[in-house]
Design a protein. Sequence first.
Length: 275
Amino acid sequence: MTPLVRRIVLLGACLLAAAGAFAQKPFIVVASTTSTEQSGLFGYLLPAFEKDTGIDVRVVAVGTGQALDIGRRGDADVVFVHDKPAELKWLAEGNGVKRYPVMYNDFVLIGPKGDPAGVRAKDIETALKAIKAKEAPFISRGDRSGTHSAELGLWTAAGIEIDKNHGAWYKSIGQGMGAALNTASASNAYVLSDRGTWLSFKNRGDLLIAVEGDRQLFNQYGVMLVNPEKHPHVKKEYGQQFIDWLISAEGQKAIADYKINGAQLFFPNAGTPGA
């Protein structure tokens, strides 16, 4: 065997060994929301988790409804979302093992600086009634996400059945939070956003926070392991490791430490009764 051939054989062996090591690296699939992804939270948390455990986390970021559907089909190991009623229903159907509260933030009503509906500093129900009365442009995600579900609930609480009464002023785009904010920025419209995505959003144009701080805008996140009895291929040990890390002192501190321009985006509350 010539020196050149030996080098080629050695290189091939090294590449095969590296490929084998990479293939053996454990991973899980987490179906989660666009808010955890687009806010930058996962980009901050996951490297720390992977360093601690050696487990790679592959995130599918969609609306909460779609994330629950992914878990229902067994196409994820863990579901990390923010629509507690939908989460509890999903669990009751036998799709998951247990729900763990992880963190919260809040929703904010974003609107144009000119405030055409005159909603600034009002409570959220008064603000939505004013938007409807003046038919001020409003962008809805319309994607079965936790934010979309919260938005529809707020319209209902304000006495407005939006699916039956909206006109051209209300535009449902069927896309994620970033797209909804971009659309609102381009059309000078109101939009409901989670605070985390808003704080990380760059293309604000003439938009700012119009309504915040209302107790109805509270936004809780929960995490659940997909039921391995229903889907035996679910990586229950790795998935539970991820959940345990999120609710551990280390994971909770990492969530609290994630900030943009000094502003904290999410507030850990694992173990809080009723959360």
